[in-house]
Write a protein that binds this ligand. Sequence first.
Ligand SMILES: *[C@@H]1O[C@H](CO)[C@@H](O)[C@H](O)[C@H]1NC(C)=O
Ligand SMILES: *[C@@H]1O[C@H](CO)[C@@H](O)[C@H](O)[C@H]1NC(C)=O
Ligand SMILES: *[C@@H]1O[C@H](CO)[C@@H](O)[C@H](O)[C@H]1NC(C)=O
Ligand SMILES: *[C@@H]1O[C@H](CO)[C@@H](O)[C@H](O)[C@H]1NC(C)=O
Ligand SMILES: *[C@@H]1O[C@H](CO)[C@@H](O)[C@H](O)[C@H]1NC(C)=O
Ligand SMILES: *[C@@H]1O[C@H](CO)[C@@H](O)[C@H](O)[C@H]1NC(C)=O
Ligand SMILES: *[C@@H]1O[C@H](CO)[C@@H](O)[C@H](O)[C@H]1NC(C)=O
Ligand SMILES: *[C@@H]1O[C@H](CO)[C@@H](O)[C@H](O)[C@H]1NC(C)=O
Ligand SMILES: *[C@@H]1O[C@H](CO)[C@@H](O)[C@H](O)[C@H]1NC(C)=O
Ligand SMILES: *[C@@H]1O[C@H](CO)[C@@H](O)[C@H](O)[C@H]1NC(C)=O
Length: 770
Amino acid sequence: MAFAILCRIIFAILILLPISTIAQTNLNITLGSSIVANRSNSTWLSPSGEFAFGFQQIVPGSYLLAIWFNNIPQRTIVWSANRNNLAEEGSIIQLFQDGRFELNDPRGQRIWAANLAGPRVAYAAMLDIGNFVLASNTSRVVWQSFDEPTDTLLPGQTLNQGGDLVASFSETNYSSGRFLFAMQTDGNLVFYTRNFPMNDNIFAYTSTQTVDSGYQVVFNQSGYIFLAARNGTILSFLSSESASSSQFYQRAILEYDGVLRHYVYPRSNNGPGACGFNSFCSLGTDQRPNCECPNGYSPVDRNDRMSGCKLDYVPQSCDREINETGLFSFIEMPNADWPDFDYDIFEQYDEDSCRRACLDDCFCAVAIYNDRGCWKKKFPLSNGRLDSSIGGKALIKIRTRNATVNPTSESQQNRKDQSTLIITGSALLGSSVFLNLVLLSSLLIFICYNRRKSSIIQSYTVLPGVNIRSFTFIELQEATNGFKEELGNGACSTVYKGVINNENGKLIAVKKLGKMVEEAEVEFKAEVSSISRTNHKNLVQLLGYCDEGQNKLLVYEFMSNGSLSSFIFGNSRPSWYKRVQIACAIARGLCYLHDECSTQIIHCDIKPQNVLLDETLTAKISDFGLAKLLRPDQTRTTTGIRGTRGYVAPEWFRNMPITVKVDVYSFGILLLELICCRRNVQTDVENENEEILSYWAYDCYKIRTLKLLVADDEEAIYDIKQFEKFLMIALWCIQEDPSLRPKMKRVLHMLEGSVEVPIPPNPESFTTIC
Ligand SMILES: *[C@@H]1O[C@H](CO)[C@@H](O)[C@H](O)[C@H]1NC(C)=O
Ligand SMILES: *[C@@H]1O[C@H](CO)[C@@H](O)[C@H](O)[C@H]1NC(C)=O
Ligand SMILES: *[C@@H]1O[C@H](CO)[C@@H](O)[C@H](O)[C@H]1NC(C)=O
Ligand SMILES: *[C@@H]1O[C@H](CO)[C@@H](O)[C@H](O)[C@H]1NC(C)=O
Ligand SMILES: *[C@@H]1O[C@H](CO)[C@@H](O)[C@H](O)[C@H]1NC(C)=O
Ligand SMILES: *[C@@H]1O[C@H](CO)[C@@H](O)[C@H](O)[C@H]1NC(C)=O
Ligand SMILES: *[C@@H]1O[C@H](CO)[C@@H](O)[C@H](O)[C@H]1NC(C)=O
Ligand SMILES: *[C@@H]1O[C@H](CO)[C@@H](O)[C@H](O)[C@H]1NC(C)=O
Ligand SMILES: *[C@@H]1O[C@H](CO)[C@@H](O)[C@H](O)[C@H]1NC(C)=O
Ligand SMILES: *[C@@H]1O[C@H](CO)[C@@H](O)[C@H](O)[C@H]1NC(C)=O
């Protein structure tokens, strides 16, 4: 089994606070220099100030002699001397006149000493690459921290035969822990669990199987970590995600959970600054970082933007007796991520499974869904970022209803739960990651935020070209049992349900077209061939046709969940999330018709009745086959209005060219209906201002009474920002002036959150010269 399969290298990123570096010229640390372990925090800095050598107080009165990244707000120790024997206050590290380099306690008892061999030490220096060296008067290195790694490798460092990394005991206890990563003298590179607290290695959980060939682990300046043979040949990559050391701080650390992780930190101070726990950082229009709280959270301290955010509600109970799954739902935040510390990862998940996985798990605070990957995050969320380069979406778990128990006992209950939550949570993290190491069948590498932009999996099968089936009328008569079960009918067609017996009983929808005028007949075949070339998961697929004289039929895939119209105007309101998903799906289908298929297709009749839902509730546009395929020279058609009242763009009534923008208009109306879950025209309302949704919606937007539109839709109320955004997009789509309406591609980008939505003008402000 390839090493890559077993070894999980995780790239993570930490956003830096813009800290001004105290540049200090390289003063050689001269003989006689010393540092005392006390609260004066004196250090020896590297010339750039990026690394520091000195004492870190681990617990009050106990100090670790260490090297750390000095420009990172979090304590990030990369090397330590006395991890298993902390130094008490007043201990002293000294470069003696005779060249000895020793750590002694206040009574002069030796705690640690550099193992010296070779020429006499003349000076010491903290180098910019994070290496602390003792050198001779000819600048020959006599001793260096790079030769005695603790649990971390830095770029430029190698782990030679006989060298090893030992994980810390826990996140905060830097003592030697349970895992070991050894470059053995036999050439094999092995991960072991250690028999804690004894020093023997009991279980090799993975190895490179390079006995006799492996020589050293190299972490080079381009960010590659690999096992090399003596002759320099690369035998195996541990991390092949490059990151230039000139742009990133990097480290590879065997963490206390047994995972070797490659961390990358942007050096740049221009990036978004770090925000507090549970908040996220985005770049404002002024290119300055903003710290914001996600929906459902509010700032810990309103006056301090960096203070982080706290939950507005009681978190989900982990008590087995109280199943609160039904009381929570999600708010979507496209392009957001909290990249550190996923405690659980699922691959090849669909979004619904990802949502379910997080809902059913009381530890899960946020799930990141991106490209069929699902990452579960728990509190506190750190290093949040919102950026269009991230892609995917964060699903923020929110409470939509309060539990109906005595509130005081509930909050006490939850306080208790939180402490157990942390304990079980971290135990879970340790063990599950370890299991993952053994079981995971693929290497998870992610760098920065592009990490999930791997291959896009096509979730639909490709129908080859015009190669659709031609049916005989008899066949279709049989398939529909003599056109028995009617699914619906339109002005000049009726749709029947059918089943193809020789294809495992595949369900179909057969559309029987009424009598056609001769001219239309000529076009029928051309249209069929054109439509059959379309292939998109948000379009109902044409499977075949029948063309026998007067009998003209089209055969489509059967959509088991009926039309969007019955879905949104039916008795029970579908979830806000589903509706958001459907809006995006329709936009994608339209984008395809307008821009991506070989002949531009204007649907001309977008409305909820013409959007069908399959068994997974994926929305698919139907009936585009009967829309006239307008060739560019035909766009000035004035022959009769197509489309359905209420959804029809104003240009049909005016002497104006018909373009793809008529579909944008209809989509805008549909979007309004979808987000408000009501028909555009509704006469049984109390207030007559509310009769026409498209007018009323603009009024509500203008005078900021959005809540009237969402009424009692709790999920939408929780996600009011997204609701408002969708409303703004809809208002752009229904502009009277077609040139003001965005193209579908832009609409889609706005829906997905990768493009800002500008303030929409009043849709009716356009006056035509008729
Ligand atoms: C730390 O030790 C140094 C050297 O002994 C001493 O000068 C300094 O006052 C001490 N600082 C504190 C805060 O104890
Ligand atoms: C030394 O560091 C500690 C902990 O970070 C801090 O509380 C203390 O104020 C620092 N002392 C000095 C003298 O900077
Ligand atoms: C440090 O000391 C060495 C040896 O004495 C010398 O070659 C080097 O120039 C010194 N570096 C600085 C920056 O003083
Ligand atoms: C370095 O020290 C050695 C003795 O340890 C001495 O012989 C030599 O001259 C010194 N070299 C320089 C450049 O000072
Ligand atoms: C770290 O853990 C070890 C092993 O349990 C323990 O002996 C040591 O006291 C701990 N150190 C600290 C600072 O808690
Ligand atoms: C280098 O060493 C490896 C392992 O020992 C061996 O497989 C490879 O053939 C060598 N390559 C060269 C160019 O000598
Ligand atoms: C690091 O190793 C990679 C992979 O062999 C190589 O492509 C790259 O040039 C190396 N970088 C440096 C700075 O040596
Ligand atoms: C909680 O209830 C949901 C249905 O509301 C169910 O799917 C889930 O399995 C239950 N979880 C537990 C832990 O019983
Ligand atoms: C839950 O109860 C709290 C406190 O009574 C209240 O502020 C909050 O609005 C309620 N949340 C919901 C979703 O009902
Ligand atoms: C959608 O169809 C599936 C399978 O046909 C069915 O189980 C599900 O209940 C339907 N959903 C809705 C909302 O009608």
